[in-house]
Ligand binder design. Structure first.
Ligand code: YSA
Length: 323
């Protein structure tokens, strides 16, 4: 190849080079110390006649300069594009904020309730959300066609299965498998086929409580519940017990808590009815117990001053992010 041919082919090769490695191969091909095409011409200059040397020498030296410039220009192009593409980090940009998750207010309340009852020696158990009418009603002394079934507006799955309307069926399930003495709480989701408003949801949570043994009395119930509310709402909290009716307790009670000068109903309760003990084959003459059921959302609403129960299930981050 003569100088003009080398110029044409070398500049063409440099233009086509895809990466630094390919560029280096091209550099060695033309400027390599041993066998570079241009190097060979430059080395042979001394053997040429004066006239030839005068003609070829300046052209070969000029080409060396041009090639070196072309190589270094191409190298700069590669390094600029690698900074953009491969490294690609602009350390002067503000960092992305990592979103840290947090617990839903109902989970916070449930955890707190479990913590307090654990400290009072209660264990936590859970049960199924889809129930049979036997556990939800019959075994709790609410036979078919009993008017008390109207107290719980029910989502029926078929004529025997339903979505539990309260956590009380777990009283039966637990007593069928365990012998007293024991004390348990049952947190869980319940469902009611009723109109929603600021304090009623069709799907909400309850925490059931059950303490059974040979010497359990209403005084034990009053102590446990008063202690629970004082730990939950604060030491000075006033608690009121009112007579009420549930078919699975005798006597039946409702419990109110005084907050900002108003009494608020927070749970149903009572001494377990002998017919419930009959259903689980305990001897009602020997065994007694108390039970209660409270609404988790209602407790959360009081504690956090939440005006509308529907906010819990709205999925509105402006609400949940406050907790
Ligand atoms: C009673 C006696 C026992 O020995 C054991 C448990 C009970 C409670 C009974 N199983 C029951 O469900 N009673 S209740 O219908 O009055 O509901 C208990 C609590 O659930 C209420 O005090 C209220 O806090 C909450 N609740 C009821 N309906 C609700 C609701 N919360 C939100 N939305 C609803 N629709």
């Amino acid at each position: 190849m003569n100088v003009a041919e080398i110029r044409k082919s070398a500049l063409e090769d440099v233009k086509k080079a895809k990466n630094v490695k390919a560029l280096e191969v091209i550099r060695v091909k033309y400027l390599g110390r041993k066998d570079g095409e241009l190097t060979k011409i430059l080395r042979s200059l001394k053997d040429l006649s004066v006239a030839e040397r005068k003609e070829i020498g300046p052209a070969a030296n000029e080409l060396r300069g041009d090639l070196e410039e072309a190589f270094s220009k191409k190298l700069k192009e590669f390094s600029a594009s690698s900074k953009r593409g491969v490294v690609g980090i602009d350390i002067t940009m503000p960092g992305k904020k990592i979103a840290v998750g947090h617990l839903h207010p109902l989970t916070i309340i449930e955890n707190r309730i479990k913590e307090i009852f654990n400290s009072l020696n209660f264990s936590v158990v859970e049960g199924p959300e889809a129930e049979t009418d036997y556990y939800n009603f019959d075994a709790l002394n609410i036979p078919a066609n009993h008017p008390a079934r109207d107290m719980w507006d029910t989502f029926w799955i078929d004529s025997k299965k339903l979505l539990r309307t309260h956590t009380s069926p777990m009283q039966i399930r637990y007593m069928e498998k365990h012998q007293p003495p024991f004390q348990i709480i049952v947190p869980g989701r319940v469902f009611r086929f009723e109109a929603t408003d600021a304090s009623h949801e069709i799907n909400f949570h309850q925490v059931e409580g059950l303490m059974v043994g040979e010497r359990v009395t209403l005084a034990n119930f009053k102590y446990v519940i008063t202690e629970f509310f004082r730990q939950f709402f604060g030491p000075g909290t006033h608690v009121r017990f009112r007579p009420s009716y549930f078919p699975f307790v005798e006597p039946g009670l409702e419990v109110d808590v005084m907050l900002n000068g108003n009494w608020l109903e927070v749970m149903g309760a009572g001494m377990v009815h002998p017919k419930v003990f009959d259903a689980v084959r305990y001897n009602p003459r020997k065994i007694r117990g108390f039970a209660f059921g409270m609404g988790l959302e209602r407790l959360a609403m009081i504690k956090y001053k939440i005006p509308d129960i529907r906010l819990f299930y709205s999925g509105d981050l402006r609400f949940t992010n406050q907790f």
